[in-house]
Write a protein that binds this ligand. Structure first.
Ligand SMILES: Nc1nc2c(ncn2[C@@H]2O[C@H](COP(=O)(O)OP(=O)(O)OP(=O)(O)O)[C@@H](O)[C@H]2O)c(=O)[nH]1
Ligand SMILES: [Mg+2]
Length: 500
């Protein structure tokens, strides 16, 4: 027995075979969540996979299923012709012997190098996943490779991938595949969701003649893990909101003995810049965590530029049109939560120090002017001595703090962007190798309010509004609680919607 044959006794093995460039490697990458092109090479140039590569499905450190990525069939017709000549009158059950003879005869020679490589694991006992691209019409020359696979007698399933949208020969393909395969399933390497991955694994269990317990175990662990990931995703979003809502940018205004007026525009612009820069960084860092949670971090195109594009437009006008609640929803959520929309702004001057109130008043006025016209509106200016974070007057001058923005939609926009980003991530398959940039601006340009938060139940919005308000006021909130439940449920709805 070869080493690989002995491995098959403990771990079920499936060889992914088919014509070159039909998406074999892409399907495997999607199935096992491998976004790295170093580990699974995918390319539009036919013949990218040139050897058999073991792609284990590893869970909890244990290999539960082993897939084999193979080079595509290259010369199936002449290979079958050779086999037909040799097979003589062998009954179907013995035709595997002819396939073995074919491989023994041609192994290491140039003529049928790909056929030998892909048939070897099958001869060793691997099940077969035969991939076709049904966006191209069926042609009779495909029957040669299907016939060879039938001769092996191994359990086999056909997988229909649809590479080019708008072109569909599935019905035709199904008809022919049905003659050669135990089962035919559809699986789109660029669109398959979690539920479809599970369905594919369930189909593997159906064709697995050994009834290997690992397949059921894989399905069970993956299901549990998927739920746990959702819980962690909800935590990431909760932390994003907490961090952003409690963040304050601060600036010390030096005490000027000469009585000269400070440059109020400059000060408020600096304060605002510092604030928005930091919030964008926080948002990008949380989005990065989400990317890693769903195993997209190895993808080469997830680079700083991609994330910069993701982060740039949180404060842009379009973002505010596409995300967040409408005015009515805001008013309802705010009224019941006891948060009038202006609650975040309190410009009453403490007047502890002579002149201090005037300085702060001027700065706040300037900040309002700079941001006027934008839906975002002005930043809250915390008055020294009265602010939640204890802004203070010290020997060096006055410390002024800014944040969060007055606009009550700010947390809703943040939440919507996080939910939108989550949806982009869970609907992104690992078999894709094109640039992954979550383009919020593109969505926003379409001009409608597409945020998920406006679809929450009114009661949920009230609970969240209360929670946002408490955080904005600098009151720490428990990690779990109603806000967590609402966000986790929203994530589950996105998953279900995406899976349908
Ligand atoms: N749009 C789209 N493109 C796909 C899909 N599946 C594969 N492709 C593309 O088709 C090309 C070939 O995909 P691969 O996965 O490398 O195909 P393969 O069968 O492994 O090819 P070889 O290794 O060369 O035999 C790549 O450019 C993929 O990105 C799909 O479902 N949709
Ligand atoms: Mg390949």
């Amino acid at each position: 027995m070869t080493a690989s044959a002995s491995a098959s006794a403990s771990v079920p093995r499936f060889a992914v075979v088919g014509r070159v460039n039909k998406g074999k490697s892409s399907i495997l990458a999607t199935l096992v969540e491998e976004a790295s092109n170093e580990r699974i090479r995918i390319s539009s140039v036919p013949g990218e996979t040139t050897r058999c590569q073991s792609i284990p499905l590893v869970l909890g450190g244990e290999t539960l299923i082993e897939f084999l990525d193979t080079p595509g069939f290259n010369k199936a017709r002449p290979a079958l012709d050779w086999m037909i000549k040799r097979a003589a009158k062998r009954p179907d059950a013995a035709k595997i012997e002819t396939v073995k003879e074919f491989v023994a005869e041609h192994r290491g020679k140039r003529e049928f190098v790909d056929e030998c490589l892909l048939l070897e694991p099958v001869i060793d006992g691997a099940g077969i996943l035969y991939v076709v691209d049904a966006s191209k019409p069926f042609r009779p020359d495909f029957t040669a490779e299907m016939e060879i696979l039938r001769w092996t007698g191994r359990p086999r399933m056909a997988l229909i991938n649809l590479i080019t949208e708008g072109s569909d020969f599935r019905a035709e393909w199904r008809q022919h595949l049905g003659e050669y395969f135990n089962l035919t399933r559809e699986f789109n390497a660029h669109q398959a969701r979690f539920a479809e991955r599970i369905r594919l694994l369930t189909s593997l269990a159906e064709i697995d003649e050994a009834r290997h317990p690992n397949i059921a175990k894989t399905i069970q662990i993956l299901g549990r893990e998927w739920g746990q990931r959702r819980g962690k995703a909800a935590d990431v979003i909760l932390q994003l909101l907490e961090t952003c809502l409690s963040h304050r940018a601060s600036k010390t205004i030096p005490r000027d003995e000469s009585g000269r007026e400070p440059d109020k525009e400059l000060i408020s612009r600096e304060l605002q810049d510092a604030y928005t820069r930091r919030i964008k960084d926080i948002e990008a860092a949380h989005h990065r965590q989400m990317v890693a949670l769903y195993r997209h971090q190895d993808y080469e195109a997830v680079d700083d530029e991609g994330f910069a594009r993701l982060a740039t437009d949180l404060f842009a006008e379009e973002t505010w049109q596409a995300f967040g609640l409408n005015k009515n929803q805001l008013a309802v959520a705010g009224a019941v939560a006891g948060a009038a929309s202006g609650a975040a702004v309190d410009l009453a001057t403490g007047g502890h120090t002579v002149g201090l109130g005037t300085i702060v008043g001027m700065i706040a006025g300037a900040a309002g002017a700079i941001l006027k016209g934008k839906d975002l509106a002005d930043l809250k200016m915390n008055i020294p001595g009265t602010g939640p974070l204890g802004s203070q007057v010290n020997a060096g001058g006055v410390v002024v703090k800014a944040g969060p923005p007055k606009n009550p939609n700010f947390p809703w926009v943040l939440l919507d962007r996080a939910l939108f980003h989550f949806e982009q991530i869970i609907t992104r398959t690992h078999g894709r190798r094109d640039a992954f940039v979550v383009d919020f601006a593109k969505m926003a340009r379409e001009g409608q309010r597409i945020g998920r938060s406006s679809q929450l139940r009114a009661e949920e919005r009230r609970v969240l509004q209360k929670w946002f308000l408490a955080l904005s006021e600098g009151k720490p909130q428990p990690e779990t609680g109603p806000a967590y439940d609402i966000i986790a449920r929203a994530l589950e709805e996105i998953e279900n919607g995406a899976a349908s």
